[in-house]
Write a protein that binds this ligand. Sequence first.
Ligand SMILES: NC(=O)C1=CN([C@@H]2O[C@H](COP(=O)(O)OP(=O)(O)OC[C@H]3O[C@@H](n4cnc5c(N)ncnc54)[C@H](OP(=O)(O)O)[C@@H]3O)[C@@H](O)[C@H]2O)C=CC1
Ligand SMILES: N=C(CCC(=O)O)C(=O)O
Length: 454
Amino acid sequence: MSNSIELTQESYVDSIIERVIVKNPGEAEFHQAVREVLESIKPVVELYPEFEENGILERLTEPERQIIFRVPWVDDQGSVHVNRGYRIEFNSALGPYKGGLRFHPTVYPGIMKFLAFEQTFKNALTGRPIGGAKGGSDFDPKGKSDSEVMRFCQSFMTELYRHIGAQTDIPAGDIGVGKREIGYLFGQYKRITNRFEAGTLTGKGIDWGGSLVRIEATGYGLVYFVEEMLKDVGETFEGKKVIISGSGNVAIYTAQKVIELGGKVIAISDSDGVVYDPEGIDLNSVIEIKEKRRGRIVEYLKAYPSAEYNDNSKDIWKIECDIAFPCATQNEIDTEEAKALVNNGVVVVAEGANMPCTPEAIECFQKNNVMFAPAKAANAGGVATSALEMTQNSMWESWSFEDVDKKLRDIMKDIYSSIKTTAEEYKKDGDLVFGANVTAFLKVARAMMDQGVV
Ligand SMILES: NC(=O)C1=CN([C@@H]2O[C@H](COP(=O)(O)OP(=O)(O)OC[C@H]3O[C@@H](n4cnc5c(N)ncnc54)[C@H](OP(=O)(O)O)[C@@H]3O)[C@@H](O)[C@H]2O)C=CC1
Ligand SMILES: N=C(CCC(=O)O)C(=O)O
């Protein structure tokens, strides 16, 4: 039994936060993700002492399995490269491990563990039977040829295949991992195992086991979630000025749904800079540049010379808007950016990326009555639709776009309703960060209690 029974509930949570920092030195993003959840659940840990008695927090903050491996590959000039691969299987209390793969030079254990920890609670909110995981590599697909990306993916899967499966661990996409990469990864998995186990990876091509709506799902789901928030205050997207950071999978389909609902997307970015078009961004042009040609967002100006370009990505947050969607990466909005948004009258900030706002930025939004949608709830549409892909695979069925989109919309409505209710139950009306963390924690913790000390 936990030896911290004599501690107050407050010190139990604080002792675990301290333990995570000591046991995972230098992993600031992981510490940040743990601190946010554990600070939220203090009232709950006080209500249910059995969580402490069964060491729930000690187990919840320690990944069930951490796999790290070498990924050697050869470039088009015949030179050998070595990258590092990861798969963090964090928690399987609710189902097989489920979470994306990130290929980005900034990937290291701290990023992997923050993402896998967040994924555990996000997946719990979807209502689907899936646990939490994340993986990836410090490989940078940017500027690589298709052949080089293929050879990297084949080498990556030559190790990863031992650890995944439709009933074990199901990877998908994230930064730097899209349809192309999933295709190469699945091809190698199938070749090694001699099994067409469609449910092992999600984000597959539509003709070979993929689900309609999956490519759009994170962005669409994010907008559906915010639509529910706006409904509660008698508002809609009609006529709203919207800024979206990033111009990848999440950003593009967030923009598509915003425009469909009558909003005007006036700025979008990539890691090199920001395009601002007060007339409204031409999304087809962005899709052509970023999704089809894998180009740079600055190329937008060739078609629209009246638009403005700024080579500092962070300046997007200085643009006056009604609704802001950070859809690029973690910690892209800190105190300075949050204050700029508040001073410019932002009404809603909704996290499409994972942990894009620092705790200080979130505090600034909440203190200034900005409606704030936390990532683990608002961007759960992607993984929820991945789970719908798994369901279709297990039934050997392919549902229509309309059917999947309706299921996605209902899931996002349910997530919003459940976390809003939790916040109200604890007299924290409107605090969706608290609502999301407590709702998800209780679901995972109760399953862990049922399954014994494992
Ligand atoms: N894909 C999914 O299903 C889901 C993804 N997410 C999260 O959404 C975010 C975006 O992911 P996704 O759209 O899939 O990834 P993509 O690789 O498709 O796009 C990422 C976008 O963010 C930009 N970006 C990446 N890193 C940085 C950085 N360090 N600084 C500034 N800009 C950066 C990229 O710019 P550039 O083009 O210059 O590289 C690109 O425009 C991530 O936080 C991811 O974890 C959340 C839920 C689901
Ligand atoms: N990258 C994702 C999607 C994961 C998935 O679809 O399994 C996320 O939820 O952060």
